[in-house]
Ligand binder design. Structure first.
Ligand code: UDP
Length: 456
């Protein structure tokens, strides 16, 4: 069958250009969105940086891929200090993206992360609809929008003395849930990025949110109120097209067979995402805590997780203990792991994708947020949805005792059963929201209509 933009003189403007920020947590939702739009008859171009390029082999053959030379130093890309990297990318990618877009045919719109303010600006200048995608929560986007107000009211920059102050404009967040940046120059870079992001979104044609009414109805409604462009809450994007494999690292699928051999609801799945790192001390404490829990666990230790050390340096004694109960992999097929009936809890850093994936599979969370949006996400998990709890406050060192106590609490009856019951209810509400004719589905249909409508 001919796609609308096939052939010379096709009926035009039905190609969507999607440009993910080069992080695993951004590439995953963007490529799922690409596949969902493709399934609804739109032609797809994925523009990507040289840094962390997605694997062409794994993407549908009729996606066009366009590489942008970003010229950003690899050290900057690997650092978990995000703002300088994202600002550098915006500076270096705007001109090549303009060259590409000016020559592209039939483009109905450009979808890019809210962080990609320069390419979104290029689209607007060239008269192409710009649709920013917020890959994290509505709550976090509200923090971005409120940033100048939070500074004006003295919440920010964060001080030791106000960590426990409630941000009354954004309940239930506390000051300690905001992004921490002790260094003045880095704080300024972050503030600069946010102000570009928010003003870029406000000038765009519409805003896409990777969230859903079932969990963030108020947050979404407040964004509608605060912004004068159409808002499309179409999350969670990971369920739109699970068949797309956008993993940058090779997923070790052998752990699924290992899970098959474990009793239902018994396994603790442990992963701290693709970006954040911990020190060797925390690694050892998590290891001893897991071993002491005497429960089976599946632990993702990706390259670079531990600052300055390799896992093989865990003591022989500890490695033997781990072999008896647990399984370590360098990267897991996380969605399938969370879906597996053997998994009973997720010890997570609360990245937004992980949080959504856990909720949709009904897996309760033991939270260890390490920075960025994870602090805000964990607050919602623990205090709004009450489907998990933290082991310690983010600033505190984690001990093996904290890990062991948390696992006992989660896997045990009293509190554990209450949490599991709430998680089941939340999962059911999310399933209803995302079913055919539910709010997510309706928003997605609205979005497709909006993409193919004429640009005004
Ligand atoms: N992920 C994965 N295998 C792993 C760990 C994580 O495929 O072993 C995926 C996970 O399913 C999620 C993404 O990587 O989609 C991580 O995104 P998230 O927003 O949770 O955290 P970030 O990596 O951005 O901190």
């Amino acid at each position: 069958a001919m796609r609308p933009s096939d052939g010379p003189g096709g009926d035009g403007r039905r190609r969507v250009v999607l440009f993910p920020l080069p992080y695993q947590g951004h590439i995953n939702p963007m490529l799922r969105l690409a596949a969902a739009l493709h399934a609804r008859g739109l032609a797809i171009t994925v523009v990507h940086t040289e840094t962390r390029a997605p694997d062409r082999q794994k993407l549908p053959g009729d996606f066009d891929l366009v590489t942008i030379r970003d010229g950003v130093a690899p050290e900057l890309a690997e650092s978990d200090d995000v703002a300088p990297f994202v600002l550098a990318l915006n500076r270096s990618c705007a001109a090549p993206f303009r060259d590409y877009l000016a020559g592209a045919r039939d483009v109905a719109c450009v979808v890019a992360d809210v962080d990609w303010f320069a390419p979104l600006g290029v689209a607007r200048e060239l008269g192409v609809k710009a649709l920013p995608l917020m890959t994290s929560s509505a709550a976090k986007f509200r923090v971005y929008m409120a940033f100048p107000l939070l500074e004006e009211k003295g919440y920010l920059p964060i001080r030791e003395s106000n960590l426990d102050t409630k941000v009354k404009e954004l309940p239930p967040l506390l000051v300690r849930d905001m992004h921490h940046e002790k260094d003045e120059a880095r704080y300024r870079a972050y503030a600069h990025l946010l102000s570009n992001m928010v003003s870029g979104v406000r000038q765009s044609s519409g805003l896409i949110l990777n969230t859903l009414d079932a969990i963030e109805e108020n947050g979404i409604a407040n964004i509608y109120k605060d912004i004068s462009i159409p808002v499309f809450a179409i999350g969670p994007l990971h369920i739109l097209s699970p068949s797309v494999d956008s993993s940058l690292l090779l997923q070790d699928r052998s752990c699924l067979q290992w899970l098959d051999a474990q009793p239902p609801g018994s396994v603790i799945y442990v992963s701290l995402g693709s970006l954040m790192s911990i020190d060797a001390h925390e690694l050892t404490e998590i290891a001893w805590g897991l071993v002491a829990s005497r429960r089976p666990f599946l632990w993702v230790i990706r390259p670079g997780l531990v600052r300055g050390r390799e896992v093989s340096e865990l003591s022989i004694e500890l490695q033997e203990e781990i072999r008896d109960r647990g399984r370590m992999v360098s990267w897991a097929p996380q969605q399938e792991v969370l879906k597996h009936p053997a998994v009973g809890a997720f010890l997570t850093h609360c990245g937004w994708n992980s949080t959504l994936e856990s909720i949709l599979e009904g897996v309760p969370m033991i939270c260890r947020p390490l920075g960025g949006d994870q602090l805000c996400n964990a607050r919602y998990v623990c205090e709004v949805w009450k489907v998990g709890f933290r082991m310690v406050e983010a600033e505190n060192q984690l001990t093996r005792g904290d890990v062991q106590v948390a696992i006992e609490k989660m896997m045990g009856q009293k509190e554990g059963d209450e949490i599991r019951e709430r998680m089941r209810d939340l999962r059911d509400a999310a399933a209803k929201c995302t079913s055919k004719g539910g709010p997510t589905d309706v928003s997605l249909q609205r979005l497709v209509g909006f993409i193919v409508s004429p640009y005004t």
